[in-house]
Design a protein around this ligand. Structure first.
Ligand code: CP
Ligand code: NVA
Length: 305
C-alpha cells in the first residue's frame, strides 16, 4: 500500500486517519510512549527543499520508536542520474518505508512500481496529500466536523489545490476555488471529481464569490517550487488573489484561515491575517506530525493494515 494521492484513500480511511491522529496527539500530550515502529527505518528522498515535511516525518519516526534516514536528491546518486527504478529497488533492501518529495508525479509513480516497501508522497508538482490530510485534521479540531462546511481556495490551481479537490471529492464538503485566468487546476482533476459524482466543487475567477460565507479559507504561494523563474509574471497575474482582512470579512464570523506554509506575506496572504485571530496555520503545521504518525503506523506497523 502506498499513499501517493488523497484519492488513494476512501472516505472511511481518511476518517480513520483523522481519528487516529487525534488519539496519537492526545497520547503524546500526556507523555504516554507509543513505539510500534521499533526497529523500523523510514527513508526520505527529497529533490526539493523542505522544513515541515522533513522534520515532521523524522520526528514522527522518532516518536514511534523507529529511525529516519534523509537522502537529498542532489547529494545522492539520484542527482547524478541513477535510474529511479534502480534506486527504488536498492532502497527497498534497506528501509521499511519511504517518503519522496520530487517534481513530476510520474517519478513517484515509477518509484512506487518498483518499491517493495510503502511509498508516501511528501509533495510532487501535482499532489501534496499529507498536507491536505493535516489540514482536514485541523478543521475537525477547530470545527468538530467537516461535513456541510464551505471551503474556499484562493490562488493557484497547484498541487495543494488538486489535493483539496480530491479531498472534497472523497469527503463531500463544498469547495470553491478562485484562481486567476489561466491558473485554474488541471481539468483532469475536476473531470475525475465529476465522474465520481462530486457536484460540490466549483471554480471561479472571483475571490469575493469564493470567500462569501466560507468556513475555511485556504491559500498557498503564487509560485511553487520549480516555478521560480515565473515568479515575476505570476506576481502580476495573481494581483488581488490574496486573503486579507477585506476578504476575511466576507467569510463566516468564525472562519479559519489555512496556509500550508511557507507563506509570502503581502502576496497570497496579508501579514495581518496570517498573525490574526482566525489564522490556524501553526496548529496546521503541527498537525503534519500527528497525521503522519497515523499514516506511518497504518502503513508500517505489524498488523497496522
Ligand atoms: N507545507 C510543507 O510541505 O512545508 P515544507 O515545504 O517546509 O515541507
Ligand atoms: N505549492 C507549494 C507547496 C509548498 C509546501 C510548492 O509546491 O512549492
Amino acid at each position: 500500500m502506498n499513499l501517493l494521492t488523497v484519492a488513494d484513500l476512501n472516505n472511511e480511511e481518511i476518517d480513520n486517519l483523522i481519528e487516529r491522529a487525534s488519539a496519537l496527539k492526545e497520547r503524546h500530550r500526556k507523555g504516554i510512549p507509543h513505539t510500534p515502529l521499533r526497529g523500523k527505518t523510514l527513508g526520505l528522498i527529497f529533490e526539493k527543499s523542505s522544513t515541515r515535511t522533513r522534520v515532521s516525518f523524522e520526528v514522527a519516526m522518532h516518536h514511534l520508536g523507529g529511525n529516519a534516514v534523509f537522502i537529498s536528491g542532489k547529494d545522492s546518486q539520484i542527482g547524478r542520474g541513477e535510474p529511479i527504478k534502480d534506486t527504488s529497488r536498492v532502497m527497498s533492501r534497506y528501509v521499511d518505508g519511504i517518503v519522496i518529495r520530487t517534481f513530476g508525479h510520474e517519478i513517484i509513480e515509477e518509484y512506487a512500481r518498483y518499491s517493495a516497501v510503502p511509498v508516501v508522497n511528501g509533495l510532487t508538482d501535482t499532489h501534496h496529500p499529507c498536507q491536505v490530510l493535516a489540514d482536514v485534521l485541523t478543521v475537525v479540531e477547530k470545527k468538530g466536523f467537516y461535513k456541510g462546511l464551505k471551503f474556499c481556495w484562493i490562488g493557484d490551481g497547484n498541487n495543494m489545490a488538486n489535493s483539496w479537490i480530491e479531498a472534497a471529492m472523497r469527503l463531500g464538503f463544498d469547495l470553491t476555488l478562485a484562481c486567476p485566468k489561466g491558473y485554474a487546476p488541471d481539468n483532469a482533476f475536476l473531470k475525475k471529481a465529476k465522474a465520481e459524482g462530486a457536484s460540490n466543487i466549483r471554480v471561479t475567477e472571483n475571490v469575493e464569490e469564493a470567500a462569501k460565507d466560507a468556513d475555511v479559507l485556504n491559500t498557498d504561494v503564487w509560485a511553487s517550487m520549480g516555478q521560480e523563474e515565473e515568479s515575476e509574471r505570476r506576481r502580476g497575474d495573481f494581483k488581488g488573489f490574496q486573503i486579507n482582512s477585506d476578504v476575511l470579512k466576507l467569510a463566516k464570523k468564525d472562519a479559519i484561515v489555512l496556509h500550508c506554509l511557507p507563506a509570502h506575506r503581502g502576496e497570497e496572504i496579508s501579514d495581518e491575517v496570517m498573525e490574526g485571530a482566525h489564522s490556524a496555520v501553526w496548529d496546521e503545521a503541527e498537525n503534519r506530525l500527528h497525521i503522519q504518525k497515523a499514516i506511518l503506523e497504518w502503513l508500517l506497523a505489524e498488523g497496522g493494515r
